[in-house]
Design a binder for this molecule. Structure first.
Ligand SMILES: [Zn+2]
Length: 76
C-alpha cells in the first residue's frame, strides 16, 4: 500500500493495484479507439481512391484510362 498525504489531516490511501488496473483500462480504451479509427478509414478508402482517379479496388492509377475497366484487377 502506498499513501499520498494531500493535506495536513487527510491521508488518502491508494491500493497498489489501482495504478496497473488504471493503466490497463487506458490502454484498452486507446486500442478500441485506434481500431475504430482504422475501421472508419478503411471504409472510406474506396471513395478516396475514386476521387484521386485510382481504381477503388486495387488503387491502380486510372489516369488516361477510357475503358472504365481497371487493367490491373478488372474492376470498374
Ligand atoms: Zn484495380
Amino acid at each position: 500500500m502506498s499513501s499520498i498525504l494531500l493535506s495536513g489531516d487527510v491521508d488518502v490511501v491508494i491500493p497498489s493495484w489501482v495504478a496497473p488496473v488504471f493503466a490497463a483500462c487506458v490502454l484498452f480504451v486507446a486500442v478500441v479507439i485506434a481500431m475504430r479509427v482504422h475501421y472508419l478509414r478503411q471504409r472510406k478508402a474506396p471513395l478516396r481512391r475514386v476521387v484521386a482517379g485510382l481504381c477503388p479496388i486495387c488503387g491502380y492509377d486510372l489516369t488516361g484510362n477510357v475503358s472504365g475497366t481497371c487493367p490491373e484487377c478488372g474492376g470498374r
